[in-house]
Write a protein that binds this ligand. Structure first.
Ligand code: F6R
Length: 618
């Protein structure tokens, strides 16, 4: 986690760094800092708390200069305080460093450095890097960084400056993201594209163990042995407005509302002349035809999307499919081999556990397909094949639009694979007709339940009052069956993440095996009972909850008679759609509910406590 940025050029470095950090804050926000060089003076300002605290500090003590590095932190080693905030500096040699990642052998390195007389001021692993570069420095900063990388174990993206070298920043990475931006007479380093998109769209994606040297007029990239590398410059096609709030109060709400357009774009990109295509997928149809089983590996929300994928893949492709949390998969010695297709799903493409799962799968000879949102991310590059989810930058920590884009992508891939495997009875045309209707249906739901009348906002306000009236005793349960069961988990996860209210998701059939004991007048039970093969079973579950005094909120199909049942406390109607595609609509009210409950409680919705957008550490 953590976000880093570097700049050298004619602009005021502080302004570039702070604006970049504001777009990287989703990566961590417990402290922030910048270092700027002016003349031969290095000025470092670091503050505990959100970026706004650092900005306030810099208003009182402004820092001039045109070369600098910055950092927004998500603490791993050492408490979030001013001293542990980055940049970290070796004062004697004027080496200053920002770092994203974890140095696994930092404690051994620290002992060695202490023996040599280096004095440590913080508890961080990063300070080791600053002293180590200083120790290796012999008149050539690039070489000192290169020598240091050889000694480091773990993951990192770093940006480094030397006090005496105004106009120069050196960057390097291993298993944590780092990109470089190429402007006219200026250069940038950053963890992610939105941080610098305001200034340039020309981007270099650095690979593991590459080192970059930037000056205002030029840059050079080298491998770990110092040999120069020729790197491709990619042009970003999306705009900074896509990475900004666009009139919404929070990114989370904006991203919920982007979903119809994203689905529309995604479907039209993937479907041509009535057939499904994936241009960037470099696994051949011949190889896909040989696949005998499918393992899906992901974390959090992406894992829930993977669960939906499992249902549909098994049903339509008729091969065994299973889904694992990446943190479990990587350590449990899964039985996979050359006939297995492992689908790793990740919005960021940098999640440490998912990346480790990918490597484990490759080691075992499986073919790995990444379903990923961030272009050029590590997971996208290391997989055998890639399908991008085309959701645009997701900024809110709580994932919404990436989830629906992942599900839609998995649906499309399922039908693509079924066609390749010539599955009997498979009907690609019919599926395409149906999925094409989803964006409009999603739009019409958001219109009816939010734009015209904020129904979920009103339900959330009632919950808030209820919660306070019961001395904070209430909580949420989400129940569903079959392909919407992952949505029950996702609804609960969204609510937990942003409103800190206890919430659990269950397959409704499990209620009698334990969770029904929870039912009294306290929990609010969200029951997903849309048109489906298991509809009658869900209705029985609802009756059982009502019979025990439970408070029920149902998500049902528009026009369902059940909506008239007065005993149901809260009703949400989503447009009618065939069962397998319903997860794409059902999740919308669940996302909105989580958002509005958090808003009622007055929480920082886009940056929930203890979380970071991209979990690049284990
Ligand atoms: C939930 C959320 C997380 C992520 C998870 C995986 O709202 O954002 O659960 O889904 O950390 O992240 P990616 O998809 O980037 O691998």
């Amino acid at each position: 986690m953590c976000g880093i940025i570097g700049y050298t050029g004619p602009r005021k470095a502080t302004e570039v760094l702070l604006s970049g950090l504001s777009r990287l804050e989703y990566r961590g926000y417990d402290s922030a800092g910048i270092a700027v060089i002016k003349g031969k003076k290095l000025q470092v300002t670091r503050k505990q708390g959100k970026l706004s605290v650092l900005i306030e500090e810099l208003k009182h003590s402004p820092v001039g200069g045109h070369t600098g590095i910055g950092h927004t932190r998500w603490a791993t080693h050492g408490a979030p305080n001013d001293t542990n905030a980055h940049p970290h500096t070796n004062h004697e040699k004027g080496i200053t460093v920002v770092h994203n990642g974890i140095i696994e052998n930092y404690s051994d390195l620290k002992k060695e450095l202490i023996k040599k007389g280096y004095v440590f001021l913080s508890e961080t692993d990063t300070e080791v890097i600053a002293h180590l570069i200083a120790d290796n420095y012999d008149g050539d900063l690039l070489k000192a960084v290169r020598d240091t990388l050889r000694e480091l174990e773990g993951s990192f993206a770093i940006a480094v400056m030397r006090r005496e070298e105004e106009g120069r920043v050196v960057g390097a990475r291993r298993d944590s993201p780092l990109i470089a931006g190429i402007g006219k007479g200026e250069r940038f380093l950053a963890s992610d594209v939105p941080a610098i998109l305001e200034y340039t769209k020309e981007i270099i994606y650095l690979d593991n163990d590459e080192i970059i040297n930037i000056t205002p007029q030029g840059h050079s990239v080298h491998d770990k042995n110092g040999s120069p590398l020729k790197k491709k410059i990619s042009r970003i096609t999306w705009d900074i407005t896509q990475a900004e709030k666009g009139g919404y109060k929070h990114f989370m709400l904006k991203e919920i509302f982007e979903q119809p357009d994203i689905l529309r774009r995604l479907i039209s990109k993937r479907v041509r002349k009535g057939r499904i295509f994936f241009e960037e997928l470099s696994i051949s149809p011949k190889d896909l035809a040989k696949i005998k089983d499918i393992a899906i590996v992901a974390c959090g929300t992406a894992y829930h999307a993977g669960m939906v994928g499992k249902y549909i893949l098994e049903k339509e492709v008729k091969v065994p499919a299973w889904v694992d949390q990446a943190s479990e998969f990587r350590y449990r010695d899964p039985v996979i081999g050359k006939d297995t297709l492992v689908i790793v799903i990740s919005q960021s493409g940098e999640t440490a556990d998912t990346l480790a799962g990918l490597r484990e799968a490759k080691k075992k000879g499986a073919t790995v397909l990444a379903v990923c949102n961030v272009l050029g991310s590590t997971i996208a590059r290391e997989a055998d094949g890639i399908i991008y989810t085309l959701a645009g930058p997701e900024i809110a920590v709580a994932s919404t639009k990436a989830y629906t884009a992942q599900i839609a992508t998995l649906f499309l891939f399922t039908y693509y694979l079924a066609a390749i495997k010539k599955v009997k009875g498979h009907n690609e045309k019919n599926f395409i007709n149906e999925i094409k209707k989803i964006p409009e249906k999603a739009e019409s739901f958001l219109n009816a339940y939010h734009t015209k009348k904020n129904v979920l906002g009103a339900y959330a306000a009632e919950f808030h009052n209820y919660y306070l009236s019961r001395n904070n005793k209430s909580c949420f349960l989400y129940l569903a069956r079959n392909i919407n069961y992952p949505n029950a988990l996702e609804g609960a996860l969204k609510l937990k993440e942003v409103s800190y209210i206890s919430a659990e998701g269950y397959p409704a059939g499990e209620m009698k095996h334990g969770p029904i004991a929870l039912i009294d007048e306290n929990p609010w039970v969200v029951c997903i009972a849309v048109r489906a093969a298991t509809y009658d079973k869900m209705i029985s579950n609802i009756r059982e909850i009502k019979a025990r005094g439970g408070i029920v909120m149902t998500v049902m199909t528009e026009g369902d008679e059940l909506a008239k049942d007065k005993s149901i406390n809260y009703v949400i109607e989503v447009p009618d759609v065939r069962e397998e595609l319903s997860p794409l609509l059902v999740v919308l009210p669940l996302q909105l509910l989580a958002y509005y409950v958090a808003r009622e409680f007055g929480y920082d919705i886009d940056k929930p406590r203890n979380l970071a957008k991209s979990v690049t550490v284990e």
